[in-house]
Design a protein around this ligand. Structure first.
Ligand code: M1P
Length: 230
């Protein structure tokens, strides 16, 4: 079996560091197993969150939704993509028109093969992050943005990222693209496996045996499941 893990919400709290006790457990658990990480974040953020040891002990780290791959800290491939100016205009309009009052800065983060967009902005504090997430859970703002983007740009895919942002890429350049790069059955662990979430594309292709999907609420739930896999 190959084990594939999302990071934010699955191995760590969103955008935060891995729990040190879980880190030690996970490092021991991955020994002698085929383990991969896949996340919307870039590699430096993965290192910051789960640590260099985990990033370099796994078979590969797929960042920015699988658009760039690292093995033992070295880049193996990358898919470049540049968001069209019309999309940037639409996102600027969302930024101008959203009723959410706070703009903390860094609202459009260009990453390899994708664009990450956030109304509150990636420079927000942890409190602002949680406040926006609460607002979004009530209003469904991000889901609505994704719908509008995909209606206007049929060749583009937009999914709800972690707590504050949406991930935007060329159709098909989502986390599911890594399935064909891994030989054999896959057990995927993720927290956003429902329709509209950024784990949905990969999870929905792995629902039948020999593959397996574990939807988790947080890293504690992931750990509980891993204890039973030897
Ligand atoms: O891995 C989940 C997501 O983590 C971050 O999301 P947010 O800042 O919204 O919590 C982002 O890096 C996002 O791209 C990523 O998909």
């Amino acid at each position: 079996m190959n084990y594939v893990f999302d990071i934010d919400g699955t191995l760590t709290p969103s955008r935060l560091k891995i729990d040190p006790v879980f880190e030690t457990f996970f490092l021991d658990w991955i020994k002698d197993k085929n383990v991969y990480l896949v996340t919307g974040s870039d590699y430096p953020k993965s290192v910051e969150q789960v640590g260099q040891k985990i990033c370099e002990s796994v078979n590969a780290c797929y960042n920015t939704a699988g658009n760039i791959q690292y093995v033992k800290g070295k880049e193996v491939y990358r898919n470049e993509w540049h968001a069209p100016p019309e999309l940037i205009d639409l996102l600027s309009k969302f930024l101008k028109e959203s009723e959410y009052p706070i703009r903390a800065g860094n609202h459009m983060e260009h990453r390899v093969g994708m664009l990450n967009f956030s109304i509150v902005g990636r420079n927000c504090t942890q409190k602002q992050r949680l406040d926006y997430n609460k607002y979004d859970n009530e209003k469904g703002e991000r889901e609505n943005f994704c719908k509008i983007i995909m209606e206007k740009f049929p060749s583009i895919e937009a999914t709800v990222g972690g707590q504050i942002s949406i991930d935007i890429y060329e159709k098909g350049k989502n986390k599911a693209q890594i399935i064909k790069l891994i030989q054999g059955p896959i057990h995927f662990f993720g927290d956003k496996t429902q329709k509209g979430g950024n784990d949905y594309a990969i999870a929905s292709q792995l629902l039948s045996p020999p593959h397996k999907v574990s939807q988790v609420e947080n890293w504690q739930e992931t750990q509980k499941l891993l204890v039973n896999i030897v």
